[in-house]
Design a protein around this ligand. Structure first.
Ligand code: FES
Length: 165
């Protein structure tokens, strides 16, 4: 018997190359199953109804489905090729859009000594000792930091960026 006491966890597509395909899959799922069939040929109005099951929802969300993660920012507020300062789950974070539709996020806590790193276009810069990080990957470009910034999983929901966990 399916466990109906636990809401199924909805997984949001992470951003990047899958974003466009995810949208296409959602749209394909909403398309009529037989667009050429005549309504008069259908003996029962329920014969073409979508199948309803107790299965977990598909691993996609569409524009008509609510986001499950905390709101982070408007997608339009993150410039393509640039980055912005943000807050995710109450912690300082950095959000970048290296290419159109590909959004990444990182903890803004510097891996050197814990200062808050700031967005600076295609880079992140730490004001304390000058470490620089690649905004697309979080990797160190210049020390003294050695380790990359910690990634944070985010997703796009409609025109918003949301935390994916
Ligand atoms: Fe960021 Fe030292 S704390 S470079």
């Amino acid at each position: 018997m399916p466990d109906v006491t636990q809401p199924a966890r909805r997984t949001i597509l992470t951003l990047g190359a899958t974003g466009a395909f995810g949208g296409a899959l959602v749209l394909a799922g909403c398309a009529p199953s037989s667009p050429t069939s005549s309504p008069s040929s259908s003996p029962s109005p329920e014969s073409s109804a979508p199948e309803v099951t107790n299965e977990a929802p598909a691993e996609t969300t569409g524009p008509d489905q609510p986001a499950t993660g905390a709101d982070v920012a408007a997608l339009a507020d993150v410039p393509v090729g640039g980055s912005v300062d943000a807050t995710i789950d109450g912690e300082p974070a950095l959000v970048a859009q290296p290419t159109a539709g590909k959004v990444v996020a990182f903890s803004a806590i510097c891996t050197h000594q814990g200062c808050v790193v700031a967005a600076a276009g295609a880079e992140f810069r730490c004001p304390c000792h000058g470490s620089q990080f690649d905004a697309a990957t979080g990797e160190v470009l210049n020390g003294p930091a050695i380790d990359p910034l910690s990634p944070i999983e985010v997703a796009v929901s409609g025109d918003r960026i949301v935390a994916a966990s």
